[in-house]
Design a protein around this ligand. Structure first.
Ligand SMILES: [Cu+2]
Length: 119
């Protein structure tokens, strides 16, 4: 999330095109920085614009940098603004979610956030 905002700020500084049409996260599950006891079946990120399914990915890495989700995420068939990835059961620890999406205008945005699985 922070990286995402940094990219937006950078685009602003460079006087690039308005970031309005790019896709940025509006909500995530688990939430940014959350400490959770129950691991959900999926990580889900809702964006503020429709996503291009072919080039949008979501990877969840454990503290050792190993990807824990088997696929690399997909845009929901029902909701063009929802990026999701199935999760296996997770051991306690910190996990980083890395997302990269292409909006329908062809512009890429990316970012990451962490959540923690408690004991
Ligand atoms: Cu754009």
């Amino acid at each position: 999330m922070r990286a995402c905002l940094a990219i937006a700020a950078l685009l602003g500084l460079l006087g690039s095109q308005a970031a309005a049409a790019h896709a940025f996260p509006e909500q995530t599950e688990p939430r940014v920085g959350a400490v959770i006891d129950h691991v959900p079946n999926q990580v889900r990120i809702w964006f503020d614009a429709d996503l291009e399914p072919a080039f949008s990915t979501l990877r969840v890495l454990d503290a050792q940098g190993r990807q824990v989700n088997r696929d690399s995420g997909q845009v929901s068939a029902e909701h063009a603004r929802l990026l999701e990835a199935r999760l296996p059961p997770l051991a306690p620890g910190v996990y980083h979610v890395f997302w990269r999406v292409i909006a329908r205008d062809g512009h890429a945005t990316e970012g990451d956030y962490a959540f923690t699985v408690g004991r």
